[in-house]
Design a protein around this ligand. Structure first.
Ligand code: GDP
Ligand code: CA
Length: 325
């Protein structure tokens, strides 16, 4: 079975572990978000791609959900001693090695997709990880700033999220998205999949940013495979993180049903909501033309996460059988 998943960072990566556990024999392609990428100290950093790579490769800091296990911070301490910031984004020594390899390869002219493949070789990744695009697409967030002209300014997503802890926002802009092209293999992985999964990643700044690369949303909508998503919103709030702030910025209510409707029946065939908190949302989602099931949706253990992935595949199988008759 060929499964293609669109994924952000921590939430996406944890879910992918469950997907691999559910179908160890599947050929899984992960299309990763690059909207969080940035350059710091001259190093190109791809937080979401690295979180997927470290998580599935066995190098992740489990408690934190991002960054390397058994990390040291010698470089960060030296930078601090020099008074060189920013102080809100710390890079670990092991992590820096990843960024050095990436930056060096990009400088030598390799596209991000080739660099990502090279990095993943070391981790013997059980999936194929593709960046959504080889071009630069950066998520910027428009926030209030009394000192800026017009009273607003746009900040890079990392600054908005990590330094500012997601204040109220007016708009989310994917800078560079209009002219970007899907990375090699992305459209084929969507067209040739047996199942397409949207993990419970951030629907705006992770999966939304992937879908904004011209051609990707259309390819998912046109795919022969059923498209099944899992709600990142449980009981009217994000399970972790600040997804409520970016949903508000794009005018979407913070409910499991509203996120499904935001993706839309044109894109989504099936949607999973949490059985304990959101069973009442099933009728609303189905009324919008999306098949919906209520199952436990908390990734509280590897087994719970595997069961979530299995539920998504079960719904996909049901939808495929329906189209086949
Ligand atoms: P990313 O979008 O994949 O980069 O990852 P984040 O860690 O930023 O989380 C994205 C979303 O995952 C958030 O909106 C969370 O609500 C959601 N999420 C995290 N853990 C769980 C979980 O156990 N269950 C569900 N349903 N969603 C989760
Ligand atoms: Ca992210």
């Amino acid at each position: 079975m060929r499964i293609t998943a669109l994924a952000g960072g921590v939430g996406g990566a944890r879910f992918l572990r469950g997907l691999i556990a559910a179908v160890p024999s599947a050929e899984i392609t992960v299309i990763g978000n690059v909207g969080d990428d940035m350059t710091m100290h001259g190093l190109r950093i791809c937080p979401d791609l690295d979180t997927v790579m470290y998580t599935l490769g066995g190098g992740i800091h489990e408690g934190q959900g991002w960054g390397r296990a058994e990390e040291t911070f010698g470089v960060a301490e030296e930078l601090k001693a020099y008074g060189v910031g920013p102080d809100w984004f710390t890079l670990g020594d092991k992590d820096i090695a990843t960024h050095l390899v990436r930056t060096q390869m990009l400088g030598a002219g390799y596209p991000l997709s080739a660099v990502t493949e090279a990095l993943c070789t070391r981790w013997k990744l059980p999936v194929r990880l593709l960046p959504s695009t080889d071009e630069r697409v950066e998520t910027h967030v428009v926030i209030d700033d009394a000192e800026a002209a017009g009273g607003r300014r746009a900040v890079h997503f990392q600054e908005y999220w990590v330094r500012m802890h997601a204040p109220d926002a007016h708009a989310i802009v994917s800078v560079g998205a209009e002219t970007a092209k899907p990375a090699p293999g992305v459209l084929a992985a969507i067209a040739e999949a047996d199942v397409i999964v949207l993990p419970p990643s951030n629907p705006v700044v992770s999966i939304g940013t992937i879908l904004e690369i011209p051609g990707i949303r259309q390819a998912v909508a046109d795919a022969a495979a059923p498209v099944v998503g899992l709600s990142p919103i449980v009981g009217g709030g994000p399970v972790r993180g600040m997804a409520d702030k970016v949903l508000a910025a794009v005018g979407v209510a913070v409910t499991a049903a509203a996120v499904a409707e935001h993706y839309g029946a044109n894109l989504l065939d099936g949607w999973l909501v949490d059985a304990d908190a959101d069973g009442g949302a099933v009728a609303e989602v189905e009324a919008a033309g999306i098949a919906c099931r209520a199952v436990p949706l908390l990734m509280s253990s590897p087994e719970a996460t595997r069961a979530m992935a299995q539920a998504a595949l079960d719904l996909a199988a049901e939808l495929s059988a329906r189209t086949a008759v």
